[in-house]
Design a protein around this ligand. Structure first.
Ligand SMILES: Cc1cc2nc3c(=O)[nH]c(=O)nc-3n(C[C@H](O)[C@H](O)[C@H](O)COP(=O)(O)OP(=O)(O)OC[C@H]3O[C@@H](n4cnc5c(N)ncnc54)[C@H](O)[C@@H]3O)c2cc1C
Length: 414
């Protein structure tokens, strides 16, 4: 680390006043006392997504301490994040906020929120740290260009950051301008020579227009497997029936991991559901056979923890009449019921955004970043962190954990 007199004239510019930008600015200022840090934000709002995140409660991270498990929650970027998390992981996030007066609590599904259940706690914490560390914030300044010192041979070239209002000289620039579904927002990055991977929606729910299953809206199955036919993608977990189709954690996970397949199919796909979780149709057939001595009506005997009304819907889909008892079930109908329970087919036509919590996959090409430092391999002294990278996580606090960890590594490397 440079000594104080060397740092005193140095200037770090952080682009974007979001989660990653604030975390990078605060850590850079704390780690390099005396250095000047400025955040440039194009809008007149700071931490806008943090404020509305997690339904206003801010799902800060996820109670997942094993790095190999943690990275499995990132459809894009999991390989690269391994070394980032080895520098700053979930325990570091918890400790960082605790040290600055914000305790986090864990909910039964492992999501972690501030004890106070309010995203304002995180915003207040950041604003206090910004003031304490004399970080300058400039609102309404959109960065249009990042230009390298005209003398490229200089060992440690300065960068010039041009905004809609001014031009700044910087020793290092941390770019945390977030993820966008409009490619225009990446123009100033492309001008530095970086490539942007294709922008594709992630985290959405499945539309089933005209399908009667929607009449069962509100019902859920805790352990169902959803897959996209003719792809390798399948996920097991809770599936929720909604008034437009299918949602729930297993569907959202599928949408994130199969984002490209869905996009390529223009959101028309055959979705297959195994309502029993992971049992195959042979096993289910043999389990159904053991019921064939019973006199009770099939429609009144829901199995595999399937809610009664959904069970009745599936029995009907297998063409079994409501008045049929188990002991009169034909082999043909038994096999059909086993098939419907394990390989139930739905025609997806379109998608719906999940509670506005959309994520766009795509962003700065990961091959162009050195993940040991988060520095650009194309323009020295330019660093990237947060959602501007081609990294995205599923819901549960993973997107913020990406922002904290990549911002921390960038801040410690400048
Ligand atoms: C409704 C909603 C709820 C969410 N809830 C959660 C949650 O609970 N947990 C979780 O982990 N994730 C959640 N996410 C995702 C999470 O909010 C993002 O992953 C995270 O905010 C990304 O942080 P960032 O700093 O990289 O980008 P952003 O928060 O998008 O910040 C980027 C900033 O840069 C500014 N900017 C852009 N271009 C320029 C430019 N050229 N010049 C200057 N400034 C610029 C933007 O105006 C913005 O303020 C949610 C997302 C949404 C939309």
């Amino acid at each position: 680390m440079a000594n104080f007199t060397e740092l005193i004239n140095k200037h770090i510019i952080v682009i974007g006043g979001g989660a990653a930008g604030f975390f990078a600015a605060i850590n850079a200022a704390e780690m390099h006392p005396g250095i000047k840090v400025t955040i440039l934000e194009k809008s007149n709002k700071l931490l806008a997504k943090v404020r509305i995140s997690g339904g206003g409660r801010c799902n800060v991270t996820n109670h997942c301490f094993e790095i190999n498990e943690l990275v499995k929650n990132y459809p894009r970027g999991s390989k690269e994040l391994k070394q980032v998390f080895s520098r700053f992981n979930v325990s570091d996030t918890i400790a960082w906020f605790k040290k600055r007066g914000v305790d986090l609590k864990t909910e039964p599904d492992n999501r972690m929120f501030p004890d106070a259940d309010s995203s304002e706690t995180i915003i207040d914490c950041f604003m206090y740290q910004v003031k304490k560390n004399n970080i300058a914030i400039k609102l309404n300044e959109e960065v249009l260009n990042i230009i390298r010192n005209p003398k490229p041979e200089t060992q440690n070239p300065k960068l010039e950051v041009q905004t809609t209002r001014e031009s700044y000289s910087a020793d290092a620039v941390i770019c945390s301008s977030g993820g966008h579904n409009n490619a225009k927002n990446y123009n100033f990055i492309q001008k530095t020579g970086h490539t942007i991977s294709e922008l594709i929606p992630s985290l959405f729910t499945i539309n089933l227009p005209g399908n009667n299953i929607k009449e069962l809206m509100g019902l859920s199955v805790q352990n169902a497997t959803v897959r996209v036919e003719k792809t390798k993608h399948q996920y097991t977990g809770p599936v929720l029936i909604t008034h437009w189709g299918l949602s729930g954690p297993a569907v959202l996970k599928l949408s994130a991991f199969a984002a490209k397949d869905f996009f390529d199919r223009d959101y028309n796909a055959n979705i297959l559901i195994n309502w029993t979780g992971d049992l195959n149709s042979e096993l289910v057939s043999s389990e159904l056979t053991s019921w064939m001595k019973e006199k009770s009506l099939i429609v009144n005997t829901p199995l595999y923890e399937i809610p009664k009304r959904l069970w009745a819907f599936l029995v009907d889909k297998a063409d079994i009449p409501d008045n049929k008892p188990w002991n009169e079930l034909s082999k043909k109908h038994l096999n059909k019921l086993a098939q419907v329970l394990t390989n139930d087919s739905y025609n997806m036509k379109g998608k719906t955004t999940f509670k506005e919590e959309f994520v766009t996959s795509g962003g700065v090409n990961l091959k162009e970043i050195d993940f040991k430092t988060m520095q650009s391999k194309i323009m020295p002294n330019l660093y990237f962190c947060g959602e501007v990278l081609d990294v995205d996580g599923i819901t549960g606090g993973f997107n913020f954990q990406n922002a904290w960890s990549t911002a921390f590594v960038a801040a410690s490397s400048v």
